[in-house]
Design a protein around this ligand. Structure first.
Ligand SMILES: Cc1cc2nc3c(=O)[nH]c(=O)nc-3n(C[C@H](O)[C@H](O)[C@H](O)COP(=O)(O)OP(=O)(O)OC[C@H]3O[C@@H](n4cnc5c(N)ncnc54)[C@H](O)[C@@H]3O)c2cc1C
Length: 458
């Protein structure tokens, strides 16, 4: 039985990660009474490594761009290597900051606190509390209930509230193919001359080896004498540990010091977003599956979503109307800003993950997957793939007809899903949204169910 009832808040956020802190900051700034409940202690909250964060997310989310020690590198160049390490594609731009994640997260938390957002650490939430269709509170492990007019799940990959609400796709358990295991370490390096396969690693460039074990590895000089080494692998593709891959790379390069300076890892959900709102309830950040599925970056999306969510919550709380109809605007605005691009790119990711490394390398070597495709995927953008492009592509890959048919199926489906997401109902209507959601699921299932023997050479 619940032990006691705590005083009411306008909004309770579960999780003090990036999404929870940005949302808490904006709500408190708008004089909304908000509390963030976090299971970790404040000392253990911050990841100790460096992340790539989309520059545009700062401006969009109204968060000051990183400066001083927070910026680890002004990296504007990204090179993508094929899985077989034979070909390099240099992207025209890389619109990300390389940020000290710990300092950045500490700043977000401190700014939220200064704005008046309350934090409760070392308190694990186990489930949402409901009344009829409404989410009205959360319960801690110790059985204490915290109530608020609105509850927001920012619990990252745990999705602790969503997982316990059996409505629509809120309690969706990601497929194995929607999960990657990620790991990164920073090491001292005592020479500028480093090779990856045949490739000389330049200091001004971030290198991604794309499509390797259904994920990607990367190398990035942070300073002249430090290097960030990382790996992500698809959970459905291999049991290989990304930590093992990073360690193998370190051990096979004598110029890299064995001692890890910083680093860590975790699993990341890399699928398109789920439903974002319910009665008195929202999900933001990784809890809502808003990560860019083609590179595992989720911080920019979490910041963008938090800003939109905050604006919608402020208006809804002020008019005392937090029903799904009132909160639907968040679903519509996020979908337009990036949800539809995430979804269309997720079709491409799902399909490309089914290919073997030889086929993936072939597509990139032959420029069937072009530099512009890669730039778009990395920056969470999708551009409709035209018939002319399809014909040129088919010609370039004439020697691998089955593979070309597969690519054609993927691009057609990505176009379809993008169009479908453009037709998301602008107002919440149970029947129309159910139909829309079912159709989305069907379109994805067609790609999820494609048999691997569809792929390959003739
Ligand atoms: C190795 C690695 C490298 C990465 N590199 C990048 C990168 O370069 N760029 C990028 O954009 N993204 C990167 N990511 C992804 C990025 O970390 C996530 O997208 C981002 O943290 C999502 O933010 P969030 O606020 O949604 O969730 P999180 O940051 O995961 O925050 C969720 C919070 O909720 C808390 N919580 C969970 N369950 C409960 C509960 N039951 N009760 C109370 N609190 C709870 C957690 O303790 C956590 O503090 C990387 C991830 C990994 C693992």
């Amino acid at each position: 039985m619940p032990k006691k009832k705590e005083k009411d808040y306008d909004v309770i956020i579960v999780g003090a990660g990036i999404a929870g802190c940005v949302l808490g900051f904006h709500l408190a700034n708008a004089r909304i009474k908000v509390k963030v409940i976090e299971k970790k202690s404040e000392d253990n909250l911050f990841e100790d490594w460096c992340d790539s964060i989309e520059k545009k997310a700062f401006a969009f989310a109204g968060i000051q761009a990183p400066k001083g020690d927070e910026i680890r590198e002004e990296r504007d160049h990204l090179a993508i290597l094929t899985p077989d390490l034979q070909t390099t594609i240099h992207l025209g731009y890389y619109d990300y900051w390389i940020v000290d994640r710990k300092l950045f997260h500490q700043r977000l938390l401190s700014d939220a606190e200064k704005a008046g957002c309350e934090f409760l650490f070392e308190t694990e939430i186990v489930e949402p509390m409901g009344k009829g269709m409404w989410v009205i509170g959360v319960k801690t492990k110790e059985g204490i209930i915290h109530n608020a007019r609105m509850i927001v799940d920012c619990s990252g990959k745990e999705r602790i509230l969503g997982m316990n609400i059996e409505i629509l796709d809120l309690n969706l358990k990601p497929n194995k193919s929607d999960i990657i295991n990620a790991y990164r370490e920073i090491h001292k390096i005592n020479s500028k001359e480093l090779n990856w396969g045949e490739h000389e690693i330049k200091q001004n460039t971030l290198y991604y080896r794309h499509g390797y074990y259904g994920g990607y590895n990367w190398l990035n000089f942070l300073k002249e004498d430090e290097i960030d080494i990382g790996a992500c692998v698809g959970k459905s593709i291999t049991n290989k540990s990304p930590k093992g891959m990073v360690n193998d790379f370190v051990n096979s390069n004598a110029i890299i010091d064995n001692k890890k300076l910083r680093g860590g890892g975790d699993r990341i959900i890399i699928r398109r977003p789920i439903t974002l709102v319910w009665y008195g309830f929202m999900l933001v950040g990784q809890a809502a599956c808003q990560t860019i599925s083609t590179n595992g970056c989720g911080i920019g999306s979490a910041m963008i979503a938090s800003k939109i969510a905050a604006e919608v919550i402020v208006a809804a709380v002020k008019r005392k109307e937090v029903s799904i109809d009132s909160l639907w605007e968040y679903q519509v605005r996020f979908t337009k800003e990036r949800g539809r691009d995430l979804a269309a790119n997720d079709i491409l990711r799902l399909g490309l993950q089914k290919l073997n490394e030889d086929d993936t390398s072939f597509l990139m070597r032959k420029k069937i997957v072009t530099r512009i495709d890669l730039e778009n995927m990395i920056h969470a953008k999708f551009r409709k793939i035209t018939l002319l492009r399809t014909i040129i592509t088919a010609f370039k890959g004439i020697k691998r007809i089955k593979l070309m048919l597969f690519v054609r199926k993927l691009t057609t489906q990505a176009n379809k899903i993008f169009k479908h997401y453009k037709n998301l109902p602008k107002e919440y209507n149970t029947r129309r949204y159910h139909e829309w959601l079912l159709r989305s699921m069907q379109l994805f299932k067609e790609i999820e169910d494609l048999e691997p023997d569809f792929v390959g050479n003739i």
